[in-house]
Write a protein that binds this ligand. Sequence first.
Ligand SMILES: [Zn+2]
Length: 494
Amino acid sequence: MKNVHVVVEKNIRNAVSMNNKKCCMCDRIVYEGPKCIFHCAKDTWLRNKQWDENKCRDFWYEYGDVVSDFYTKEVDLSNTIFPHYLIGDPNLIFPVDMYDPEGLGREDPYVTFYRPINFSGSIFLGKVDFQFYKFKGVNFKDVIFIEDVSFKNCIFDQEENIIKKDPRDNQSTYIPAEPMESAFTNASFFTNVDFRNSKFSSSVSFNNAAIIKDIIFTDVTFKNKVTFHNLNRRLKLNKSKFIFNNTKFLKLADFWNASFFNISFNKTDFEEIVVFTDTIFLTYFAFKYTRFEKQLIFNRTKIMDGFDLYEAIFSSGNVVFTDIKFQGQAKHKETYRLIKFLLEKRANYIEADDYYVREMKMYRKESFSKNKLNWILLAFGKVISNYGNSWILPVFWMIFSSLMIFFYMYLHEFTKFSLLSLSWMEPENINIFPPFIECLSSKEFLNFLNPFSRGTIDNGSVFSNYYWAWSSQKIISAIGMYHLIVALKRKTRR
Ligand SMILES: [Zn+2]
């Protein structure tokens, strides 16, 4: 039925084509203006949200005619403007099987294009349904999808090698197929894209593509390398959503310089190298039950709102994590511990210390409700040396505490001020009340400050009665010295 219709249409067209001009872009006859039915603008086909059904039907018959040769010829549909597809017309082969869109009743559910098909530069004005298409070399370069597009259950393969037989001597000629990636390079998706349950056997490029809304890669397998270079970088406002759920990347996955607004990885396997160099993540994301078999590269990556690694599985532990801008917070301290561990493994101690501080900060916050004693210890560690990360802080505390205790001794000695009774007595003789600055610059204070000196409480000293002050200053100094040594050791690790 379908074929009969196509043949009749073709004959009519051939009959009238004698007098007709050719399209300015191809060899077909003109349909509207100077262009054929594929290349004309179609801006008058949609009026008051109603498509011109007759014109749409003309288009899809012509389309069916062109792709009916797909067994033998490469199909060139470049720069075509695709109108709305008329749902419910059984003569149309786009999508191929209207009555069985899930392909359940067919032995081979796929509609196979045996030769490459080229959609480059085309615009799809209406919804597009490519379910159960098997492409052997497909080019969606510079394509614009205005409405939702479904690539569910598709297979993206390479062109196969061709064996031609010469009928005269039965000799076979082997023509190897050129390696061809499935290209979505520079494509623009204005609404949702769904690749659910599809397989990419060829390599695939989403380089420079723009995803405006949601893109779903649930149950997708990438058997060859996939690149997302510069993805969404040309969008001024990025609100897209990427879903990788049960996705398998068997070869290189390269997200170099891509920009992600909302991205989720769940039960995703990366069997080869994953590159997030110069990638920007605008909101929080996590690698949930995601497995990294070989190498994970975070290089100059910008994480603007935190992320979590703690549920990821590292088979090799080979993670490059350098020059990361990590803003926001991880939700689990294990993420920081893991990053610290990975950095230390590569002897990047300076950056590792930063993640150690973040880990301890989170641990302190958690222990506030769980273990108060731990919390006090951690809070103390934070105050005295930022968890052994600052050498300035312990030096400051040693000098500051000595000054305070010395000042108290000074007040007590010369004014009989006492904290215990909060009493204050005017000095009996103003002449033996030396100014505090003078006291500080005396040998007395230097002796007091020096953790190895007993000078202050030696007999003959003004402060020889202040054993309690001397011992508490020594205890504080010992703690300060310990933290100072830890911090200096950290800073000078090689
Ligand atoms: Zn044309």
